[in-house]
Design a protein around this ligand. Structure first.
Ligand code: SAM
Length: 331
């Protein structure tokens, strides 16, 4: 596709980043992520070719970073081939992947060859606790994926959801990991997502407290923001460490002002904000024989223009900030 004029919202922010959920299905049942058990029927999930079309239009309109997420991307059949095709079609895009690591290890070499950067989600380094949080006794699989990615030289970030009373005693272990390995460890503030969210003030562990506790354990030097690779994370160098430590703070320091993202769910619903349930259905356009990429682009522009500034969405903290669970949106 030829270059198109950029996607710019009514606050002057240009969309450069697309997050695409390839499936809402997952092989884990994290307590804070998905509570109900209804999945999108297969025929409503976008085919890979339809996703490729969305990506091509977005890239032509200035998107430079693409993150594939889910559900768990590797549970969808044909996902590695989809990655290969995407990379062939989009050689210049910053291609990123978010995974729980359960099925990833055999693909570490492929991810390196395709130039994919990986975020692994890992909330605990303790096997029994892992099983309590995720419902599966599979921590060794995630650690094996982490090792395989590091061995292959894939740029790697570990993301842990910060949960008071659940993993707030594991800062030393996670800091050790970032000290001894060339990876980023980032704690993400727990967000009230989904109608059946387990949100409660008691499990909320604010970033300011995490930072204070981390500083008692080691020297941390703030690093200048690097929006392309760090996104909304605030990153710190660790004294004597190979890796870095970071915090993602949607609740205590709204990261919405600089948001440059659009999200597409696996059934083709375009969202301009994680916390805004207004969605634009792309599937009918993709599946209508006579509707062209121009129509797709027009809807992307409309969604971008309506992109909310965002931060106020989190003010309704007593309930969910969005009706959908993170597993349906893709984080
Ligand atoms: N299956 C993949 C994975 O585990 O990384 C991708 C999808 S998962 C929904 C993406 C990320 O969202 C994970 O890091 C998960 O921990 C995080 N997440 C889910 N629910 C959350 C919540 N309520 N607050 C903060 N992070 C959440």
């Amino acid at each position: 596709m030829d270059c198109l004029s950029p996607l710019v919202d009514s606050h002057g922010r240009q969309v450069r980043y697309l997050r695409l959920s390839v499936t809402d299905r997952c092989n884990l049942r994290c307590v804070y992520c998905r509570v109900d058990k209804t999945f999108i029927p297969h025929d409503r999930v976008l085919r890979y070719e339809e996703m490729e079309r969305i990506v091509a239009v977005a890239v032509a309109a200035g998107v430079r970073k693409l993150r594939l997420t889910g559900g768990e991307p590797f549970v969808r059949r044909g996902f590695p081939d989809f990655l290969r095709r995407l990379r062939a079609a989009q050689p210049d895009v910053d291609l990123c992947l978010t995974s729980n690591g359960i099925l990833l290890a055999p693909y570490a070499g492929l991810l390196r060859d395709l130039g994919v950067r990986v975020n692994l989600s890992l909330d605990t380094l303790r096997p029994q606790r892992f099983e309590r949080i995720t419902g599966r006794d599979l921590l060794p699989r995630v650690l094996a994926s982490m090792d395989a990615l590091l061995k292959a030289g894939v740029p790697l970030k570990l993301n842990a959801v910060a949960l008071r009373g659940v993993n707030d005693d594991e800062l030393p272990g996670f800091l050790d990991l970032a000290r001894s390995r060339p990876l980023d460890v980032r704690f993400i503030e727990f967000m009230p997502m989904g109608d059946s969210t387990v949100w409660s003030g008691r499990s909320y562990w604010p970033a300011t407290d995490i930072l204070r506790a981390a500083r008692e354990l080691c020297g941390l030097t703030p690093l200048p923001p690097h929006a392309d690779t760090d996104g909304p994370a605030r990153m710190y160098a660790l004294e004597g460490g190979m890796g870095r430590f970071g915090l993602i703070t949607p609740l205590t320091h709204h990261f919405c002002a600089g948001c440059n993202r659009l999200r597409v769910t696996s059934d083709g619903r375009l969202r301009s904000c994680l916390f805004d349930d207004h969605e634009y259905r792309l599937a009918p356009i993709l599946r209508a024989p006579r509707l062209s990429d121009e129509t797709l682009l027009r809807v992307m522009r409309r969604a971008t223009l309506r992109k909310p500034i965002g931060a106020h969405m989190l003010e309704k903290r007593q309930g969910a900030a969005a009706h959908k669970a993170m597993s349906a949106i893709g984080g």
